[in-house]
Ligand binder design. Structure first.
Ligand code: GRF
Length: 219
């Protein structure tokens, strides 16, 4: 008789989303292509959205990933929202929580709870251009190099130890859409790569605003 039992998921991943879900799609596609479940014991076990109309929910459903919708407007305070968000996440005992286009600022208490386990993808070369509308602001500033960053999340918005970055050129005839598309292409490559590095213990957040890489890690 063959043993059809699948490997236990020892590294559950929860992904938080708000919109389109292309980064979620990239993560799920890479996880499947690289057999993360078998190779790393890692799997996206849940997707949580703060918007009921997020296309990312369809992406999750297409991959048979359970979804949770917590609409932030329905909560009296940021703390109340983050509290239920944390309880929803904790049910899955995740090794990693990935913010993949999650457009909510999280409370310091929430960030502290998941220190070293919370990572974000941001469409700029941090620490330049934190916040919203990065492509517009890059064009307005006349910057010639732009890009994407994956980083551990800290109390400040779009800050924390940087795990990976990718740069793209800004061309004279670029508009917001063309630049966004070029950066997004890099995000889709960078995010799964960085998630894998963290899952494999190649990098670790050591909370001093710096990152420890594999050859600096002491087990
Ligand atoms: C990405 O550019 C991400 O960096 C930013 O919002 C966008 C989300 O895109 N925070 P998607 O939902 O992953 O398609």
């Amino acid at each position: 008789m063959t043993n059809s039992a699948s490997k236990p998921v020892i590294k559950p991943i929860v992904v938080l989303v708000s919109g389109r879900g292309s980064n979620l799609q990239a993560l799920l596609t890479t996880a499947s292509a690289q057999q993360w479940e078998f190779e790393l014991g890692a799997k996206v076990v849940a997707v949580v959205s703060n918007r009921a109309d997020a296309q990312a929910l369809d992406v999750a459903r297409m991959h048979d990933v359970p979804v949770h919708i917590l609409e932030h407007e329905r909560f009296d305070s940021r703390a109340a929202f983050d509290d239920l968000l944390a309880r929803t996440i904790d049910f899955y005992e995740p090794q990693l929580i990935v913010l993949a286009g999650f457009m909510r600022v999280l409370t310091p208490a929430f960030v502290r709870r998941y220190v070293g386990r919370l990572i974000n993808v941001h469409p700029s070369l941090l620490p330049s251009f934190p916040g919203l509308a990065t492509h517009r602001r890059v064009l307005d500033a006349g910057v010639r190099t732009h890009g994407a960053t994956v980083h551990f999340v800290s109390d400040a918005v779009d800050a924390g130890p940087i795990i990976a970055q990718a740069a793209v050129a800004v061309f004279p005839d670029d508009d917001e859409a063309s630049l966004a598309a070029r950066v997004l292409q890099q995000e889709h490559r960078l995010l799964p790569q960085a998630v894998r590095q963290v899952l494999e213990g190649q990098v670790r957040d050591e909370r001093q605003g710096k990152l420890l890489v594999a050859n600096e890690l002491h087990s």
